[in-house]
Design a protein around this ligand. Structure first.
Ligand code: NAI
Ligand code: 15L
Length: 276
């Protein structure tokens, strides 16, 4: 679909992670060279189309070196669950600023940012949202993604760097609980969305929810229609299997809020030691 467009060098952060490992080869059609980066150990490059550079996103100088020579960035790296603020601060908050500062300095014009449904996680599962609703982050993690979206907005307004922020639902091989019947994003649809995010002209800063065409989805992407994202998959084939499992209590966070269990994590570091 995007084969006639190509970047010379595309940076993928978070390349050793769950989605990074999936994307690694699937981004190959989008660039002559994919530069893979993570703070964690990762396998050596597959061939001349890949290069590996270890980097801690919290290390400003290292991120500048990482971004130099890249034409676009798919920013998947960072903490992907709820953690104490100090950890989120380094990887996700300092990390996203470092990525955009490096993009500015090295002339990168396009970023696809892995935001999250946890930016709006405190909405009820009975509510339908579009990208313009007031954000209701459900965690330090959700706050960091909300901050990342604001950084993307600022770097477009101030420096013209364009971003598509994907509020990803749940991107795993298959939905395995009732909430995921609404939030699931197949890997194929994720790749399509990243391609749209990289190659659609004039996106400014666009926020799009990353979900497949799920029957009971909560998110309306009309505000991102210009991306032409058309999910091809759906959680429906897994419905009977998932609905055969014991249902959670109706007032349990996983059944009540879009952000599920993230709405009940923490607090961290209290004398009680409670971490839910
Ligand atoms: P993951 O946790 O498997 O991968 C994240 C990667 O980032 C890891 O390999 C980790 O080592 C790396 N990382 C963490 N801190 C770092 C640092 N300071 N410097 C450099 N690298 C660092 O997460 P996953 O599932 O692959 O998600 C990828 C991205 O997509 C994350 O940003 C996550 O927040 C976002 N996302 C994922 C969803 C999903 O369903 N998988 C849903 C919503 C958002
Ligand atoms: C996320 O943002 C997480 O990174 C992922 O691990 C899942 O928990 C997902 O959201 C979700 O909401 O299911």
């Amino acid at each position: 679909m995007f084969a006639r467009y190509k970047f010379h060098r595309l940076l993928l952060t978070g390349a050793a992670g769950g989605l990074g490992r999936v994307l690694r080869l699937r981004l190959r059609p989008f660039a002559e060279v994919v530069r893979l980066s993570d703070v964690a150990e990762m396998a050596a490059a597959e061939g001349s189309f890949e290069e590996v550079m270890a980097c801690d996103l919290a290390d400003k100088n290292a991120v500048h070196a990482l971004v130099e020579g890249c034409d676009a960035i798919v920013h998947m790296g960072g903490i992907s669950v709820e953690r104490p603020f100090e950890e989120v601060l380094q990887a996700n908050i300092a990390g996203v600023v470092n990525v955009y500062e490096a993009a500015r300095r090295h002339g990168v014009q396009r970023v696809v940012f892995a935001s999250s449904n946890h930016v709006t996680g405190f909405y009820k599962q009975t509510e339908k949202l579009d990208a313009h609703v007031r954000r209701r982050p459900d965690s330090f993690y959700g706050l960091s993604k909300s901050f990342g979206e604001d950084v993307a907005s600022f770097y477009f307004d101030r420096y013209g760097i364009e971003t598509v922020s994907m509020r990803i639902g749940t991107s795993v091989p298959a939905p395995s609980d009732r909430r995921m019947l609404s939030t699931w994003l197949s890997y194929d649809d994720l790749v399509q969305l990243i391609g749209r995010g990289l190659f659609t002209p004039n996106v400014g800063h666009t926020v799009v929810y990353g979900a497949s065409a799920n029957r009971d989805g909560w998110w309306d992407n009309h505000a991102a229609a210009h991306l032409g994202y058309m999910p091809q998959d759906s959680s429906e084939p897994w419905r009977s299997q998932v609905e055969a499992l014991t249902a959670p209590a109706a007032n349990a966070p996983i059944a009540l809020y879009q952000g599920g269990v993230f709405t009940a994590c923490g607090p961290f570091g209290d004398e009680s030691g409670a971490t839910a």
